[in-house]
Ligand binder design. Structure first.
Ligand SMILES: Cc1cc2nc3c(=O)[nH]c(=O)nc-3n(C[C@H](O)[C@H](O)[C@H](O)COP(=O)(O)OP(=O)(O)OC[C@H]3O[C@@H](n4cnc5c(N)ncnc54)[C@H](O)[C@@H]3O)c2cc1C
Length: 401
């Protein structure tokens, strides 16, 4: 019987397996998609797990990867954020957060998912305590008082895995969540996020912009290379075809220019755009017997403030602490009281992040003149009232839970 089986080898499953292995816990990691062969020398090959997106990693997430001994490699394609600039298109409000003022080296770093995934995967492949099986799909999950049993299919054959605990990191539509009878509240934002990389005439100087536009809140983040920037632009579902495809490159660049003015200089080039449907999916519970939900399977949130993956990493880090205490005592890792204590310990941080992201999306989507006025006054207040910025900055950096 395995100590832990993780279902889902996305960024959360891979990171979690490395944290568990560091605590000397033996892990089996099952991933439905066959991974490509990855060299760390380039970013060339595309894989749906480590796609065109970039992740804004908070300071806390960076420190988690430092603890894992991975940051020296990850930072090759990570760019620190030294300033955050928040405005609304056509509005008068303006707020700025400066790392120097908050007396921190940076607010965090933006990393290319393709690189993050590659480094994580290579590390997982080399670790003696992790057995990675890819191209295998979990099709059933049962539990008894003594163990949890997964059935999975690979190349037409069935496999059965017994373990003390199953960690379901199998994404927004989690099979495992349904298999253990945990329901979820689903809210469709009726938006898709357009994601791409652009080149601007002005160097990014490590500034991240958040600009609220009538089309949606547009994030422009600094990337590796002095004038490359990551774009995340949520637009109304159904309108994405207007922006996708090579034929629409110029149209897309013009729209960015119109929304941003000259803040970033001229938008010169764009990579292909990818579209991600946006919804909030919140599991009713995160523990059922010996099964724990993790990552998007537990809570999928809007990417407006770049908090989703950061939150998942903090969850994973705390879960490993609880499991490691059990492991040291040679006790059952799947003891449900322990797993429930983990869930309880994480609720406050999760609730705060989920509410914050949801309220930013809803608060900035209404174009009523009075609400616009209130929002812009709010941005000015945020910029000027002493004490607010350090608090918000420390939450955004993942340093306050
Ligand atoms: C546009 C966008 C931008 C974002 N930007 C940021 C950001 O800047 N900062 C941040 O913190 N977060 C960000 N996020 C959120 C972040 O991407 C997610 O939190 C993260 O990807 C969740 O990863 P996961 O591993 O839980 O899920 P997934 O990536 O969905 O992985 C689930 C894995 O499980 C596998 N799987 C599913 N079913 C089975 C099965 N039955 N058997 C075996 N395997 C299975 C799948 O193949 C998949 O590999 C962003 C999200 C979006 C949409």
């Amino acid at each position: 019987m395995s100590d832990v089986v993780i279902v889902g080898g996305g960024m959360v499953g891979l990171s979690l397996s490395l944290m568990l292995a560091q605590a000397n816990i033996r892990v089996k990691l099952l991933e439905a998609i066959q991974y490509p062969n990855t060299e760390e020398s380039s970013l060339d090959s595309y894989h749906s797990n480590f796609d065109a997106r970039n992740s804004a990693l908070s300071r806390r997430s960076v420190s988690i990867y430092q603890e894992l001994g991975l940051w020296d490699r990850l930072k090759n394609y990570a760019t620190p954020i030294l300033e955050v600039d928040i405005t609304e298109e056509g509005g008068f409000g303006h707020a700025k957060l400066l790392a120097q003022e908050e007396k921190v080296e940076s607010f965090g770093s933006v990393i290319e998912n393709a690189w993050l995934g590659r480094v994580l995967l290579n590390q997982v492949r080399q670790h003696d305590l992790i057995e990675l099986i890819d191209g295998i799909k979990v099709t059933a999950l049962h539990q008894t008082r003594q163990s949890a049993t997964l059935t999975a299919e690979k190349d037409g054959k069935q496999y059965v895995f017994d373990s003390q605990v199953v960690i379901a990191a199998d994404g927004r539509d989690s099979f495992c969540r349904k298999a253990v009878g945990i329901g979820a509240d689903v809210h469709d934002y009726d938006q898709v996020a357009l994601v791409t990389t652009v080149q601007t005439s002005q160097p990014h100087q490590h500034v991240g912009f958040e600009r609220f536009s009538p089309l949606g809140p547009l994030a422009l983040l600094p990337l590796h290379g002095h004038n490359r920037r990551s774009v995340v632009w949520p637009v109304k579902k159904g309108t994405e075809a207007e922006w996708l495809g090579e034929d629409n490159d110029q149209h897309f660049l013009k729209a960015l220019q119109h929304t941003y003015g000259q803040r970033a200089g001229i938008f010169e080039k764009t990579a292909p755009r990818f579209a991600y449907p946006l919804s909030q999916v919140l599991a009713h519970r995160q523990v059922a017997g010996r099964v724990v939900l993790m990552g998007n399977a537990a809570h999928t949130i809007h990417p407006v403030a770049g908090q989703g993956f950061n939150l998942c990493l903090r969850d994973a880090h705390v879960l490993v602490r609880y499991l490691s205490q059990q492991h040291i005592k040679n006790a059952d890792l799947g003891q449900s009281e322990v797993l429930l204590r983990y869930e309880q310990a994480r609720l406050k941080d999760q609730k705060r992040v989920i509410q914050f992201c949801d309220s930013v999306v809803k608060g900035f989507s209404n174009q009523h003149p009075i609400l616009r006025l209130a929002r812009n006054a709010g941005l000015i207040a945020f910029d000027r009232i002493p004490g607010i910025k350090p608090l918000v900055a420390s939450y955004a950096m993942g340093l306050k839970a």
